[in-house]
Design a protein around this ligand. Structure first.
Ligand code: PSV
Ligand code: MN
Length: 424
């Protein structure tokens, strides 16, 4: 595949070099260290969740996509393709029990052969499995019945064991626990039970592991969700201990929430564990990253860059993942677009002169501060992203290369048109 990518790259090389020279020339006049930005971008890796590779559905149905990966091996194959094309998808995140590794060492070896490592493992107590004793209909870690809570805790411990066998170092917990009607559940008992259950999971983790706690205001429950917001997640993470963190999923906020401010607050307390990237217009729409609100994505990255450079609270390296779902697009094309959007937002944030911004803030130059941010946002940084991908031995234009190489047609030929991926 490398050779084929290089062939397509050869066609784009001259244009890329011209564009890069033009931009580098402009940026160097502003004292921007172009080389270091390209290095930072080419080292940046985002995990791909094993459930994002098949056609996503809605509750109204699912449109099958030809050549969907039906096995974990095939999913690793797809992430390998993404990584070869972009140089930035060097990790995979598994959802258990959708993707149980039957032979962990063979799976680990296969992933390594494609330059991939295993990122956070994800537990699932939002669906009932056919072989489980108790139902999660009325909650899992929050449940009134200790036996149900214990089953959910045991599942999480099982997920950690799978993760250990693959070399993962973290678990992400997202709970759908909540209620649909006022009066259905006692908020305080539900929170207390959740806290105790999370404690039990935390205590079962190896000492070099971290737990990430997601929050989400609604869906599938429509009246209350036990971990509804970052504050609740933060509180639970604090009560668990030093290796528990809040995870921000961009789709898990009510409309117009200032997510960049949440990022800043969590990082200032050393409690931001990771990110699930996607975009949305209305709710948890799981759309392609940056397709609706690219300025918000840039502002979030601006806080991330600032937080990483001013890390007095010792926030750990973040776990980056794309959590999107593809209902009508080719999932691989969609993921390529998401990866590019993330890199573009990151590159723009790296252009921000934080010292100059601080001076403007201290001088109360509101228009100047806004202008400084917008200058960075309005810069076309695509040549920097192309250069980073080229540096990683990937494609200058990943989407175009994917199409030129007719990769979907080969996948359909190999796997058939009706193959189905596990997941939602
Ligand atoms: C919930 O909406 C979520 O974002 C969580 O991360 C889950 O693990 C994932 O989606 C599963 O689709
Ligand atoms: Mn998520």
């Amino acid at each position: 595949m490398k050779a084929q990518i290089n062939d397509v790259n050869a066609r784009h090389l001259q244009t890329h070099q011209d564009d890069l020279n033009y931009l580098a020339n402009k940026l160097s006049k502003r004292n921007v260290d172009v080389e270091s930005i390209v290095d930072t971008l080419s080292a940046f890796q985002v995990a791909i969740p094993s459930w994002a590779l098949g056609a996503g559905g809605t509750r109204f149905g699912r449109f099958a996509f030809g050549g969907a990966p039906a096995t974990l091996e095939q999913k690793i194959g797809d992430v390998g393709i993404l990584h070869a094309l972009t140089g930035s998808a060097g990790a995979i995140s598994l959802h258990i029990p959708w993707d149980v590794p039957e032979d962990p060492s063979a799976i680990k070896e296969l992933a390594a052969s494609k330059g991939l490592i295993f990122d956070a493992v994800n537990s699932n107590t939002f669906q009932d499995q056919s072989d489980q004793e108790h139902s999660y209909r009325y909650g899992s870690l929050c449940h009134e019945d200790k036996a149900v809570r214990q089953q959910a805790v045991d599942h999480n411990i099982e997920v950690i064991k799978h993760g250990v066998s693959l070399g993962s170092k973290s678990i992400t917990v997202w709970l759908s626990d909540g209620s649909n009607f006022p009066g259905q559940l006692n908020f305080r008992r539900a929170l207390q039970n959740t806290q105790e259950s999370l404690h039990a999971i935390y205590a079962a983790m190896p000492s070099d592991w971290k737990i990430f706690i997601e929050y989400k205001p609604y869906e599938p429950n429509f009246y209350s969700t036990v971990i509804q917001d970052w504050g609740t997640s933060f509180l639970l993470a604090n009560e668990c201990g030093d290796r528990a963190f809040t995870l921000v999923d961009l789709g898990h906020h009510l409309p117009n929430t200032n997510i960049e401010q949440i990022v800043s607050t969590l990082m200032s307390k050393g409690k931001l564990g990771g990110f699930h990237f996607n975009d949305s217009k209305y709710g948890d729409d799981d759309l392609t990253v940056g397709c609706i609100k690219p300025y918000q994505l840039f502002l979030i990255f601006n806080e991330l860059v600032f937080g990483m450079a001013n890390n007095e609270a010792g926030n750990p390296d973040l776990a980056w993942m794309i959590d999107a779902s593809h209902n009508i697009k080719d999932p691989l094309e969609d993921l390529i677009q998401s990866l590019e959007a993330i890199m573009i937002a990151y590159a723009k944030a790296l252009l921000v002169d934080q010292d100059a911004l601080k001076a403007l803030q201290l001088g109360h130059d509101t228009a100047g501060a806004q202008q400084l941010l917008q200058d960075a946002f309005r810069t076309d940084v695509r040549p920097l992203v192309e250069a980073a991908m080229l540096k990683s031995g990937a494609a200058i234009r990943p989407l175009d290369t994917y199409r030129q190489l007719d990769i979907r047609a080969s996948l359909i030929e190999e796997r058939g048109v009706d193959s189905m991926a596990t997941g939602l």
